[in-house]
Ligand binder design. Structure first.
Ligand SMILES: [Zn+2]
Length: 571
């Protein structure tokens, strides 16, 4: 309790008294929208919200939205038409790429058929080739640490169901998996050191190059195993869900064999991607199994039991259009002097394939759309143009947003995707709209409520964002049946720190202000992020209504203030 009260007091102090890291921006007149405008936004966002309707349709009617799949195409078109119906302008799909082929699942089943019948919880990997109908084969578990270990399986894998990963211990869940940031966790964020003062190219003390080499080495061995399965004519490759229990399966894209990649660019450069036409020649049908099922079968084999499984993966490749598409729509600016300037809000619309992609990232897409709907429905007239962008290809490497930024604003030449990782400097070339761009706001950390903003090393925006977050701090949402007030959580944590892994990075990489909000984790990492549990039931309606409202207020005020959002001194 003490600790918490102390943490609470320290947190309030940290939030109210700009710490050294944020001192630089003191004195600049911070724009705040008139109270009546904010009130309109609150009423539309909290009392007349449509965000759950949008999200329900995306996740349960359209469903999985794997990049370039029919579900993705439908989502691109539906979001375009919906925003157009709401009265937004210039609603269109913008092509990028080529990305590669689409993939969709028609039918799947997997079960142990001997020594006894056991339907298993598993999911094919995205872009996996199909099995030639239902295949039945002996289960073989590969035990290997070296290339020599692999040799002993030569001639023994034809038609086999091959288990390639280790068993994974499951711990009992004594505490709830859902989590909201505590005051002390938020305080630690607020006091994080400025990332620009941190040594580059290092993680956890190890030079990044050493980590890359270690990764390449383990990848080479896996690649060897995959090539052997292909040569041997194995029927199906099976791996163990890398985390989760109770039937939760974390599954993403299929792995590709062929010549081992020689560099990180080679590895992540797309050559080796399962969505390349022809990649199926270097793949065997693949699925990920729930850990309980996987461990059980592995232990049966260890006891000398012979296990036979039947698996049917029936999937389709879609090669008719290899281009990726982003959905774009606008609320035109009204101020003759500022209407050509741009404020962007967005999220990735693509998802993985094992569920409806609700927390990743249907929630972010619905919130970005809802923020614009709230501004429109409130009758507010932004001075700058507000542009909503729903990206595709994010899960395969921020592709849609990166290509968009390159097409519209500029790029870091010579540095390429890995410049930052490898500490290489690129040369910035910009397009005319680079100077017309104010800021981009992203949501992609699950369903949790906004608790603040990651400043991405940009101290100059601290006072502005602090002022804009305050009106939503512990906001009153209503009363419960006993008349007790229901309030949202605190919203005013600012950390100078970066956050990574999502689309704001595409803007930040070329020196344009791009921000991701701090969100309560809820059940993101332990349950929904890239799993078969990422469903609508996991959405916290109150949280995403608050997020939509805050997002609308941020975007609107960015579109109304005299200046553009201040930029970091160096990209
Ligand atoms: Zn995501």
């Amino acid at each position: 309790m003490f600790r918490n009260r102390f943490a609470a007091i320290m947190l309030v102090l940290a939030l109210l008294l700009p710490s050294a890291a944020f001192a630089k921006s003191a004195g600049s007149e911070v724009y705040r929208a008139p109270a009546e405008d904010l009130e309109k936004i609150k009423i539309e966002g909290l009392k007349n919200s449509k965000v759950m309707d949008t999200l329900g349709y995306l996740t349960e009617v359209i469903g999985p939205r794997l990049t370039n799949s029919p579900g993705m195409k439908r989502a691109n078109e539906w979001t375009r038409d919906t925003m157009s119906k709401w009265g937004m302008s210039n609603a269109h799909l913008e092509a990028w790429g080529p990305f590669g082929r689409g993939w969709s699942l028609n039918r799947f089943s997997a079960q142990v058929v001997a020594p006894n019948a056991l339907p298993v919880i598993a999911f094919p990997k995205a872009w996996s080739p199909s099995t030639p109908g239902m295949v039945t084969g002996k289960v073989v578990k590969l035990e290997y640490k070296t290339a020599e270990d692999l040799e002993k399986y030569k001639g023994k894998l034809k038609g086999a169901i091959v288990f390639i990963s280790n068993k994974r211990p499951i711990k009992a869940g004594f505490k709830e998996i859902g989590h909201r940031f505590t005051d002390s966790e938020l305080l630690a964020m607020a006091n994080a050191p400025d990332p620009s003062t941190m040594p580059r190219g290092r993680q956890g003390g190890n030079p990044i190059q050493a980590r890359i080499q270690a990764f390449m080495k383990s990848f080479a061995l896996q690649n060897m195993a995959m090539n052997m399965l292909i040569e041997e004519g194995a029927a199906v490759m099976v791996d163990n869900s890398r985390k989760g229990s109770g039937g939760t399966v974390f599954v993403s894209g299929a792995s590709v064999g062929g010549p081992a990649p020689t560099s990180i660019q080679d590895l992540f450069g797309g050559r080796n991607s399962a969505y390349q036409i022809g990649a199926e020649k270097n793949m065997v049908p693949q699925m990920t199994m729930s850990t309980e099922n996987y461990n059980q079968i592995a232990r049966m084999l260890k006891r000398g039991e012979e296990v036979t499984m039947s698996v049917n993966i029936d999937a389709s490749y879609h090669d008719d259009d290899l281009m990726g598409y982003n959905t774009i729509a606008e609320i035109p600016g009204t101020d003759p002097a500022l209407k050509d300037e741009i404020v962007m809000v967005g999220a990735h619309l693509d998802s993985w394939h094992a569920a409806g992609g609700a927390t990743d990232n249907g929630a972010g897409s619905a919130v970005a759309m809802e923020a614009a709907r709230i501004i429109l429905a409130s009758g507010l007239k932004p001075r700058r143009t507000i542009r909503v962008a729903l990206w595709s290809g994010e899960e395969q490497g921020l592709n849609g947003s990166r290509e968009y930024v390159k097409q519209h604003f500029g790029e870091m030449e010579g540095g390429g995707r890995f410049a930052a990782i490898l500490g290489q400097k690129g040369k910035l070339t910009t397009k005319p709209d680079y100077e017309k761009f104010s800021a981009y706001y992203n949501m992609d950390n699950g369903t949790g409520q906004f608790r603040g903003v990651y400043l991405q090393g940009n101290a100059a925006v601290a006072d502005i964002f602090r002022a804009w977050l305050m009106p939503f701090d512990k906001i009153l949402l209503g009363k419960d049946t006993k008349g007790n007030e229901i309030r949202g959580k605190s919203t005013t944590t600012l950390t100078i720190n970066n956050t990574s892994g999502t689309d704001h990075l595409s803007f930040d990489a070329i020196g344009l202000p791009g921000f991701q909000f701090i969100q309560d984790p809820v059940e993101y990492s332990p349950l929904t992020h890239h799993s078969n549990q990422d469903n609508f039931d996991r959405i916290q309606a109150g949280d995403i209504k608050i997020n939509s409202t805050i997002m609308a207020a941020f975007v609107y005020q960015t579109a109304m203030m005299d200046q553009k959002i201040p930029r970091k001194s160096t990209p």
